[in-house]
Design a protein around this ligand. Structure first.
Ligand SMILES: Cc1ncc(COP(=O)(O)O)c(C=O)c1O
Length: 245
């Protein structure tokens, strides 16, 4: 007798919510213009992207639509966030802090950064799977430019104390990036409230929001948008490093 398979790997990916499929179908079959094209089909597609950007802005608590960048997935968002931020603010010899339990896309990108002369510290987590903010603080050096700590872990589900880490970094001119691929759309998340400068997301992992969730009833397009939110630089920039001799 044929047995029906039960898919239990929803942390890796989820089936597409039928409401998302219904909302997206017209853009595959009818409104398929290139949003950069000036003709009617293109303008209609551009309008749909604009609506999606507004929805994601609201979902992430970002201040401006221009802070939302759409990507192909969280791996690309993490790469863009880490390489982009370090290219913008780091000089050889600068320092990045991350944790030992980040997704491979963060850890591999950090390894790549070391080839460009940036040093990286991987802070271990405690036995309960959470990183101790005090350990992050002890890892900081006068050359630290960026801290990258994931929000919810993809294997053990622990939620990291991002707000506490942001408080430690406040006023020091150190950017905070978070890989929120497993949390946005499920946990309450606001880049502004948490004090995060860059957030990567892959809401296609999310199951439909429960009825009492603040996300319930929101337009399903929200949940098929991979994106990187780059928030306004609210932090003072560090004094430029002394030129190396
Ligand atoms: C925490 C985390 N970061 C990054 C990724 C990579 O996402 P993607 O497959 O969209 O590149 C995943 C994938 O499951 C993830 O769980």
């Amino acid at each position: 007798m044929p047995t029906k398979a039960t898919y239990l790997d929803n942390q890796a990916t989820t089936p597409l919510d039928r409401r998302v499929l219904g909302a997206m179908l017209p853009y595959f079959t009818e409104v398929y213009g290139n949003p950069s094209s000036p003709h009617k089909q293109g303008r209609q597609a551009a309008e749909a992207v604009c609506v999606a950007r507004q929805q994601v802005q609201t979902l992430l608590g970002a201040r401006r639509q221009s802070e939302i960048l759409f990507t192909a997935g969280a791996t690309e968002s993490n790469h863009l966030a880490l390489v982009g931020a370090t290219t913008a603010v780091c000089q050889p010899g600068d320092h990045v802090v991350t944790t030992a339990i980040e997704h491979k896309s963060v850890l591999a990108t950090c390894d790549r950064l070391t080839r460009g002369g940036v040093t990286v510290t991987r802070v271990p987590v405690e036995p309960d799977g959470r990183v101790d903010p005090a350990r992050i603080e002890r890892a900081l050096t006068p050359r630290t430019s960026l801290v990258s700590v994931m929000h919810a872990n993809n294997e053990i589900g622990t939620v990291q104390p991002l707000g506490e880490i942001a408080n430690i970094l406040r006023g020091r001119g150190i950017l905070l990036h978070t890989d929120a691929a497993q949390s946005i759309g499920t946990l309450r998340f606001s880049v502004d409230r948490l004090g995060v400068d860059l957030a990567s997301s892959r809401p296609s992992l999310r199951c439909p929001a429960p009825n009492n969730s603040p996300l319930a009833g929101s337009h399903p397009v929200n949940r098929c948008s991979n994106c990187l939110a780059v928030t306004s630089p609210a932090k003072p920039s560090r004094a430029p490093a002394e030129p190396s001799r």
